[in-house]
Design a protein around this ligand. Structure first.
Ligand SMILES: Cc1cc2nc3c(=O)[nH]c(=O)nc-3n(C[C@H](O)[C@H](O)[C@H](O)COP(=O)(O)OP(=O)(O)OC[C@H]3O[C@@H](n4cnc5c(N)ncnc54)[C@H](O)[C@@H]3O)c2cc1C
Length: 511
């Protein structure tokens, strides 16, 4: 900890509010603080060419409650009538969002965070359109299947930012000059400045010229989780997590979690939990800005997943993919060599998502099961036995990938609970995957309606606010797809507004 007794006078402050980080949560916080009337400085550890954090790499899917087509048309006003005739968006009530969040987190998600997130999700999406010029589009390629001549959207997340995570990031950055917000790149925050009273008064940073203390009326930390820190991954998630690939930025190394804990912030949430998915086996150790999220392989509910012994180890059809993909990366990490194989036959291969079609995919195709096993390096006898047992366990029924169709197996362990078609239509296609970590679940405790960080005695810490991945308590064990960006925007906006108001009040008090 670096002390700066007493608080810096307002004229020594670089801004009313310092925001640490320049991803979705940080930039929403910066814009909201500015809307509240505060001056804002954003500090970003990455150089400009690497800006955007995990947000840049994201697919851009946002989960929010909606009552039906009218709510979707409000945020996508350019949806044509012809387009509307071809789609079914259904509805996603707030109660269903809450059920999904509580169910996948095994009842552990902090209810105050859940309720604030859900209440503010749709208004915040509208706010982003208004203040950040954000445009939205339906997720045709990834969240809809053609059923009975219509494109039926499923799974509570049906809308993405135009241009995906990169588009979202770029449109947020594009708004900053309009709001008179400066970003200092190549400026990593190292610690938080705290006065004798316990108030957070700024940050100590390191840039190309060395260390500097920057003072402000309030600080919002939105600098990501610790997913890109191999030491912290191994310490908190457990042995073996050193070898996980990082899907996004290399800069989210837990700096601001550690800095806040060092000045008395309370640790909170699922510290041994993380969002981790099936990710191409040959992907680089951290994200590739050109490929973005396309190393992911999310169509496994349509096929089978086996390890190098040819054995299945999860229920591929346990739920809609939005509710299983973020926990299956951990299951892959537990397999020999941390490797698994997703297998498809000709009945389903045409429905695979866009990410299966990149030339970088580690893929093999063969006309028989032994040949497929051989091409991918899977034990041949093991895979033949697995496929025979699986095919014998498949029961008849009506196949529909857009709903839980109940077309399950009988008598095998693990079962495949939905979408269990016989695996018998060559040529067969296989993809080799490993565990790709997205972000970590443990972090700081905040007060939901202000984003103010709580100390170890559950009291709000004056001058310190947090948003985004480094907030703990929302996600445990698992995660409903599309909630990370929504949570970043909602809690970013909340924290920025509260920090802006607090900084202005503090400035007025010393006049
Ligand atoms: C491949 C991929 C696909 C995804 N797809 C989706 C999706 O479709 N929908 C969804 O909801 N979520 C998705 N996510 C998750 C989502 O992107 C993240 O949860 C969200 O973007 C996190 O936002 P954030 O602002 O908290 O962090 P980030 O966007 O990661 O921003 C954190 C910033 O802090 C900076 N920083 C770190 N340390 C310091 C420091 N010491 N000083 C200054 N700056 C620092 C980093 O450089 C970074 O710019 C995806 C993630 C990945 C990686």
């Amino acid at each position: 900890m670096t002390s700066s007794p007493p608080s810096a006078a307002p004229n020594q402050r670089v801004a009313d509010v310092i925001v640490v980080g320049a991803g979705n949560a940080a930039l929403c916080a910066a814009i909201a603080a500015r809307e509240a009337g505060a001056s804002v400085l954003v500090l970003e550890k990455a150089e400009e060419g690497e800006r955007g954090g995990n947000t840049f790499y994201a697919g851009g899917g946002f989960r929010f409650p909606y009552d039906g087509l009218d709510d979707i048309r409000t945020i996508i006003p350019d949806l044509s009538d012809e387009e509307v005739d071809r789609i079914e968006v259904g509805s996603y009530p707030a109660s269903k969002f809450k059920d999904d969040l509580v169910r996948v987190t095994e009842g552990r998600a902090d209810e105050t965070l859940v309720d604030h997130l859900i209440a503010e999700a749709y208004p915040t999406v509208q706010w982003m359109s208004r203040v950040a010029g954000q445009r939205w589009v339906l997720m045709y390629g990834r969240q809809a299947y053609e059923v009975d001549g219509k494109l039926r959207f499923w799974g509570g997340m049906i809308t993405e930012a135009v241009g995906g995570g990169e588009g979202l990031s770029e449109s947020l950055f594009a708004q900053l000059p309009r709001h008179d917000i400066e970003v200092r790149y190549g400026t990593g925050a190292r610690s938080l400045l705290q006065d004798e009273s316990g108030r957070i008064t700024g940050v100590r940073v390191k840039d190309a010229s060395g260390f500097h203390d920057l003072h402000a009326g309030a600080v919002v930390v939105a600098a990501g989780g610790f997913e890109a820190n191999a030491e912290m991954r191994t310490r908190y998630l457990g042995a073996g997590w050193e070898v996980a690939k990082v899907r996004g930025t290399r800069h989210n190394t837990g700096d601001m979690i550690n800095a806040a804990l060092a000045v008395g912030a309370q640790s909170y949430g699922h510290w041994s939990g993380a969002h981790a998915v099936a990710w191409d086996m040959m992907a680089p150790p951290t994200g590739n800005r050109r490929i973005g999220d396309l190393y992911q392989k999310h169509s496994y509910p349509l096929g089978l997943i086996v390890n190098v012994h040819g054995a299945r180890f999860v229920d591929e059809g346990a739920d809609l993919r939005n509710y299983t993909y973020a926990k299956y990366g951990r299951e892959i990490l537990k397999q020999p060599h941390a490797v698994a194989f997703q297998l498809f036959d000709q009945q389903t291969v045409g429905r695979l998502r866009d990410e299966y079609r990149i030339k970088e995919a580690t893929r093999a195709e063969a006309n028989s099961i032994p040949e497929l096993a051989d091409a991918l390096g899977i034990d041949v006898g093991g895979l033949v036995r697995t496929v025979e047992a699986y095919n014998a366990a498949v029961r008849p029924g009506k196949y529909d990938p857009s709903v839980l169709d109940g077309l399950g197996t009988e008598g095998i362990d693990p079962p495949k609970s939905n979408w269990a078609l016989p695996f018998d239509q060559p040529p067969y296609v296989g993809y080799a995957v490993t565990c790709g970590i997205t972000f970590t679940f443990g972090g700081l405790k905040i007060e939901a309606k202000t984003g103010q960080v709580q100390d170890i005695e559950d009291r709000p810490m004056p001058g310190l606010y947090a948003a985004g991945e480094l907030v703990g308590g929302l996600f445990w064990h698992n995660y409903p797809g599309g909630t990370g960006l929504t949570a970043g925007s909602v809690f970013g906006r909340t924290a920025g507004t509260a920090a802006g108001k607090a900084a202005l009040a503090a400035r007025a008090a010393v006049r």
